[in-house]
Design a protein around this ligand. Structure first.
Ligand SMILES: [Zn+2]
Length: 343
């Protein structure tokens, strides 16, 4: 018997269909529950929207450059510097990436990484070098802080790309958050891992990965030691990609090669999104181990959209207030569509 239960329940709904002389119509959807966290999604394939266009107009992108504080003519005048005891150079740079404190911090240590001088980089134009250096400079900041304040062991590297996902500026930038306790979703993962470890005596991530590889219906492939999967119970309307850094137990352990591999995998995802006219996403990379709990470093990525014709948000009352996600695509179908980009 498999150690991990993939809970799914088929649900039916009926109505008299105005598009077909009010004859009875049956609709099918699924409720799914994530084994580790209990997260529930409702997979409604009849809600799937495919786009032949839905991209931000060029004139909007051009206008957004005028007051952009991250563009190269303003970044060093308009963005904050670190206090000198932390980084005497003010801002930490690697290649074209620049790390500095967030002007509007969400936590005591909340930083921004501007990835390059380019104001807009279309999703299919990110280079491995730009992404890798962005992640590396974030990691360098995290490691510097860890040496000064080792109790701050919970870090994440996050990305809202484009306003559809909550991004305040078009200019590509990451955000780093470092705290002495895990955020709520990371805490839920750590509690699930602890429970699994006690009940089954093994690391959930390892069993889950082996199970998904064995089944193959949601496993995309790997880049180096980093595995890319479609989440069984997704957190986004267009599904979720789960990324597992196998054999890496903390952010500090990641090597240059790991960041290269992550970047290459992201580039594969971005190429697929471009073919679907998806131009926005949220990404979070979570540090691994918690207090007495063994974990791998893991990441989640959810594509984001607004719906025409009124730019309707892809988050509604179900997600906002009931904490359950409406997803318009079967994860197994998404996997089939994405897999060619990983082979
Ligand atoms: Zn800019």
């Amino acid at each position: 018997m498999p150690r991990i239960e993939f809970y799914q329940k088929e649900v039916k709904a009926w109505f008299l269909d105005p598009k077909n002389n009010f004859t009875e119509k049956e609709l099918l959807f699924e409720l799914r529950k994530d084994y580790l966290t209990g997260h529930v999604s409702r997979v409604l394939p009849f809600r799937r929207r495919r786009f032949s266009e839905n991209e931000t107009p060029l004139e909007v992108l051009a206008a957004s450059q005028k007051d952009c504080p991250f563009c190269s003519d303003k970044i060093f005048a308009l963005t904050p510097k670190f206090i000198s005891s932390f980084a005497p150079e003010g801002r930490i740079q690697r290649g074209r990436a620049v790390l500095f404190p967030n002007s509007f911090p969400y936590s005591r240590y909340n930083w921004v990484v501007v990835l390059s001088e380019e104001h807009v980089i279309p999703l299919d134009r990110f280079s491995n070098e730009i992404l890798r250096n962005g992640f590396l400079v974030a990691q360098e900041g995290i490691e510097r802080l860890r040496k000064k304040e080792p109790e701050l062991k919970y870090s994440s590297i996050n990305w809202n790309y484009f306003p559809q996902s909550g991004g305040g500026l078009f200019h590509p930038h990451l955000q780093v958050v470092i705290e002495d306790s895990p955020t709520t979703s990371h805490q839920t993962v750590l509690e699930g891992l602890r429970k699994y470890q006690i009940e089954k005596g093994s690391l959930f991530w390892e069993d889950y990965l082996l199970e998904e590889i064995h089944m193959g219906t949601r496993y995309l492939g790997k880049q180096g030691n980093i595995h890319f999967l479609i989440a069984f119970s997704p957190r986004g309307v267009l599904g979720e990609i789960t990324i597992l850094f196998s054999h890496r137990l903390s952010m500090g352990e990641l090597t240059v090669d790991d960041w290269e591999d992550l970047s290459q995998g992201l580039i594969r995802l971005f190429r697929f999104f471009k073919t679907q006219y998806i131009e926005s996403f949220n990404l979070a990379i979570f540090s691994g181990n918690g207090e007495g709990v063994r974990s791998w470093v893991y990441a989640r990525l959810c594509p984001r959209i607004v719906l025409p014709p009124w730019n309707t948000s892809d988050i509604n009352y179900f997600e906002k207030l009931h904490n359950e996600v409406i997803c318009g695509v079967y994860p197994e179908e998404l996997c089939k569509e994405l897999k060619p980009f990983f082979t």
